[in-house]
Design a protein around this ligand. Sequence first.
Ligand code: NCD
Ligand code: ZN
Length: 355
Amino acid sequence: MASVRLPGLVDVHVHLREPGATHKEDFESGTRAALAGGFTIVVAMPNTLPPLIDDDSLCQAEEAGAAKAVCDFGIHLGASSHNTATAYMLAERVVGLKFYLDATFGSLLLADLGDIREHFARWPKDRPILCHAEDRNLATVLLCAHLENRGVHIVHVCRQSEIECIRDAKMRGMSVTCEVAPHHLYLSHDDIHRIGPGRSEVRPRLQAPADVAALWDNMDVVDCIATDHAPHLLSEKDGSNPPPGFPGLETSLPLMLTAVHAGRLTLDDLIDKMAHQPRRIFGLPEQADTWIEVDVDAEWVVPEQGVTRCGWTPFAGMPVRGRVERVYLRGQNVFHDGFFHVEPGYGRNVRQPVS
Ligand code: NCD
Ligand code: ZN
């Protein structure tokens, strides 16, 4: 049994469902799942109800996080056609500005090129812009970022054409970074039948095996692994209008450690993509006296249910390697062999100075 000390992991892409859909997850259940998965900072996405696009909605998420989070957290603001003139005023309180160029769960969608350009022009250059921009939409945001002479981060890249476009943009010196979700590295079209049609719904959709292979082949182009933890209840996934999304906080480290055992990346690559790079790209603070202890060799089979409130995972039954044994957050042993020793509210907002 090899227990290894790793830095606390950072996930810049989680859906904590608060405000508005706490039957799926909330700041407490989601950050508990984060600790169980080895994450000590998570950044929540703005496609909530209401979406996080103004002071009122952002206050709701900030208050929920402050009261309930058990690991440190940040919040991304949503870019919409209604806040092109005001979003930048909230930049200090959030981690990044999220653009939805493709339709997904929730109402946020940025369809108009003029709105996209205005958000690119106004958002502070030293603050991240994150884009859900699939296929041809990727070319749109790369051009817009280039015209403003600023960086852009592309979320959940999943196609060969996309990762190759980002690779070539980087080769031309463009300031672009990207993340890939473990489910796009492990699942393809071929798994839809086994998982079931409703449960397999995710945005971006599962792709062809050749796309999965291209992501692995271009791991050096991938800056971050982000879970895109998107919990929905099984009753919703198996219903008539299944919402897209998979939980991911508890399976991502084991899946990536399984890849380390298979020789597909090194442990140092994993630490870079799951801790150092997300911290650097998103300007997240170092956390003093914070680390995780992981039995990197442990072999186990993903159970049907984890800590997340959604109660299922598309990886149930999959053999994986690596188990999170202990998590230390700011000196406190908050997670120990499956048990939590932390009160709601212990987690800090990384954008709120401690008073
Ligand atoms: C996400 C969700 O459920 O909020 N769903 C998903 O399939 N990934 C939204 C998103 O990230 O696109
Ligand atoms: Zn997402």
